[in-house]
Design a protein around this ligand. Structure first.
Ligand SMILES: *Cc1c(COP(=O)(O)O)cnc(C)c1O
Length: 394
């Protein structure tokens, strides 16, 4: 089997799995308990906090552990909105191709009377810093722009956007779930106030993540209860998950430069191979993209059938985001970069890691070529395109 869906989730690294098992077996105490086995669990959580903070250039007290990226996004945005409301600021700026954890939270704010501006991401899938600046108003309380897109992999000019927000005194949140552990991220250099991350996207366990909140940015809590996480996130800590997340992130950071170079090479080999398919196009900027992301549209086919036939050949891929699979609507991300419905339906996302060999790359390319040809063979849309009844777009 070739696993090429690392943007949906990653396999846990052996080291992370070992840490998790060790903590489950040996350090099962409650970090809030006073006896030794509890205090040992607390130490494990605090060590993990230090390691994670250091990986992104933060201080340990600026890290709050959550159940994952979605929770971190919700808490970051709702906290900034709460702070804004207190000073009469109820305008939020974001982009059209954010993850649903962001977009649905913004919808909720809209119902509460907030005004939301969603910026265009252009054909290359990149938000323009000058358009962020132009959208900032007197009553803007938050700008939230993702670090890298989960479907098309484009990396945003986060440092520039952060600098603009700082200049205007507006809080800046970034959903960095696809970036952390894959490309260098530093919250100080990048002028970030709030950042979301999730362990299962960098070879850690599922159901655990963290929110970075710069010192002085007051968080509101989504979950009421105990005083864990300095009162910002009640509930007994997921000690095994937190420890394993720190192991996975340390490991990823140690080889981030080496791995991203290696993975980018394979990515570009895939892109070259798939570009040979007629009436196809890469989605998003060719250079400013995550090392492991390859996203294509093929005219005249259905992405769903493509995925099933690739699965038959032992290739795990996706059409866009795992969250929208099963729905018949085309991806909001592909529509945001200007793909029309018909074209957006024929999408394929391959997200690879360093374990993919050159032979795997070649096998993927030949399989996709074969399957796309086969599907076009009995596609009514393809027939119309070839007969000139419809215009090719790609
Ligand atoms: C996966 C993902 C999330 C959600 O993270 P979970 O830990 O699964 O809740 C949020 N944002 C982006 C960009 C993602 O890729």
């Amino acid at each position: 089997m070739i696993y090429a869906d690392n943007a949906a989730t990653t396999k846990m690294s052996d080291a992370a799995a070992e840490t998790m098992l060790y903590v489950i077996r040996e350090s099962y105490g409650n970090p809030s308990s006073l006896y030794a086995v509890g205090q040992r669990a607390k130490e494990i959580v605090e060590d993990a906090r230090r390691d994670i903070a250091s990986a992104i250039g933060a201080e340990p007290r600026e890290i709050v552990f959550t159940s994952g990226g979605s929770e971190a996004d919700n808490q970051a945005i709702l906290s900034a909105a709460e702070l804004g409301k207190r000073s009469g600021k109820t305008h939020v700026i974001s982009s059209a191709f954010e993850h649903h954890a962001v977009l649905h939270t913004l919808k909720k704010l809209e119902k509460q009377g907030f005004e939301i501006t969603l910026l265009d991401v252009h054909e290359d899938g990149i938000v323009r810093p000058e358009e962020v600046e132009a959208a900032i108003r007197e009553d803007t309380c938050l700008v939230t722009i993702m670090y890298a897109n989960n479907e098309i992999g484009t990396i945003q000019p986060i440092r520039e956007i952060g600098a603009i927000c700082r200049k205007h005194g507006v809080l800046f949140h970034t959903d960095a779930v696809q970036a952390v552990g894959h490309i260098p991220v530093n919250v100080v250099d990048d002028n970030i106030d709030l950042l979301s991350s999730s362990a299962h996207k960098f070879h850690g366990p599922k159901g655990v993540g963290f929110l970075y909140a710069r010192k002085g940015v007051r968080l509101s809590n989504l979950i009421e209860g105990g005083a864990q996480e300095r009162g910002k996130r009640a509930g007994t800590e997921n000690v095994p998950g937190i420890a394993a997340m720190a192991t996975a992130l340390k490991e990823a950071e140690a080889k981030i430069i080496e791995n991203s170079a290696l993975i980018s090479e394979k990515r570009d080999r895939l892109i070259r191979g798939l570009s040979e398919i007629s009436h196809s196009a890469l989605n998003g900027d060719k250079q400013k993209r995550l090392p492991g992301n390859v996203s294509f549209c093929f005219e005249g086919i259905e992405g769903e059938s493509l995925l099933l036939l690739l699965d038959d050949r032992g290739i795990c891929a996706s059409s866009g985001s795992a969250c929208t699979s099963g729905s018949l609507d085309p991806s909001h991300v592909l529509l945001a970069i200007g793909r029309v419905h018909d074209v957006a339906h024929g999408s394929l996302r391959l997200t690879i890691d360093e374990t993919l060999s050159d032979d795997d790359v070649d096998y993927i390319v030949s399989s996709v070529k074969e399957v796309v040809g086969y599907l076009r063979g009995f596609s009514p849309i393809w027939r119309d395109l070839c007969a000139g009844k419809k215009q090719f777009i790609l």
